[in-house]
Write a protein that binds this ligand. Structure first.
Ligand code: C2E
Ligand code: MG
Ligand code: MG
Ligand code: MG
Length: 279
């Protein structure tokens, strides 16, 4: 009996593995064409100052609109894009599109806001990266202070001195830098001190249970205290409830991003938000 079951699960495993390998190959093939077929789209999510109730900026979040599979979230294709190197052209497209969109909103007369763009460590480590950013700014005409690059702690795994130098170059150009998903990655506090960044994004995983789990509450308060000492701005991600909002107000975390204000939405819809926003 046990032998039979073992055999069956072995066969099942093989079949499943084949399917996964084939699926991955097919996905890679499709992903390869996605730029050319203009299947990528950016959604935008507001970043809000909770003391004034005003929008400070927005984050550009990539989606893949596949003709057969529908709208695919980034978690399902970014890892493959990173593995295959496709993240390089895709990431460039994201930067250029986000800069152009932000400039277009400014040109339409909306108060200027910061556009945050996620940068994969693979993109950041390339020697051309600073030039890619400069080109996106040039081509769009967006002023550098309205572009914010979201890096992750994973960036600190290699070539730390080069990373710091590159961050400094970008900062000198006037571009803003934030550390995404802060507290979930590898970076040590030593790096944090040496990294010339402007802002920490408190990871959603700490915000989720902030009102019920004293450990998460303590972690967020510690991040706030540290950010204050290091003179870094802070934004809390993934805020969904009034209770979380009240807690964050209470510990003077001034900026948030989350479903409580808006989910990420397409440009057309985002424009309606901008039109409703007090000048
Ligand atoms: P992230 O940069 O940390 O982005 C925040 C994620 O949290 C987004 O998921 C957003 O939709 C989600 N979120 C925001 N507020 C809430 C909330 O209140 N509740 C919940 N449950 N979720 C919320 P999304 O859009 O699926 O993106 C996932 C990740 O994919 C991003 O995490 C980022 O790491 C990556 N990503 C997205 N766009 C790009 C891109 O253009 N380039 C690169 N390299 N990575 C990207
Ligand atoms: Mg992000
Ligand atoms: Mg992230
Ligand atoms: Mg994040």
């Amino acid at each position: 009996r046990a032998k039979e079951a073992g055999k069956n699960s072995y066969r099942f495993y093989l079949a499943e593995m084949n399917e996964t390998v084939i699926q991955k190959l097919v996905m890679e093939e499709w992903l390869n064409k996605a730029l050319e077929y203009e299947e990528f789209v950016l959604y935008y999510q507001p970043q809000v100052d909770i003391f004034t109730n005003r929008m400070n900026g927005m984050e550009a979040l990539l989606r893949w609109n596949h003709p057969r599979l529908g709208l695919i979230p980034p978690g399902e294709f970014i890892p493959l894009a990173e593995e295959t190197g496709l993240i390089i052209p895709i990431g460039e497209w994201v930067l250029r599109t986000a800069c152009k969109q932000n400039k277009a909103w400014q040109d339409a007369g909306h108060p200027p806001l910061k556009m945050a763009v996620n940068i994969s460590p693979i993109q950041f480590h390339r020697s051309e990266f600073v030039n890619v950013v400069l080109d996106a700014l040039d081509e769009s005409g967006l002023a550098p202070e309205y572009l914010e690059l979201e890096i992750t702690e994973g960036i600190a795994m290699y070539h730390v001195d080069q990373v710091i130098h590159k961050l400094q170059t970008l900062r000198n150009l006037g571009v803003q830098i934030s550390m995404d998903d802060f507290g979930t990655g590898y970076s040590s506090l030593t790096y944090l001190k040496r990294f010339p960044i402007h802002k920490l994004k408190i990871a959603q995983q700490f915000v989720r249970d902030i009102t019920v789990d004293p450990d998460d509450a303590a972690i967020v308060q510690a991040i706030m205290a540290m950010a204050h000492s290091l003179k870094l701005n802070v934004i809390a991600e993934g805020v969904e409830t009034e209770e979380q909002l009240a807690f964050l107000l209470d510990i003077r975390c001034k900026e948030i991003q989350g479903y409580i204000y808006s989910k990420p939405i397409p440009a057309q819809e985002f424009m309606k938000l901008l039109e409703r926003m007090p000048a």
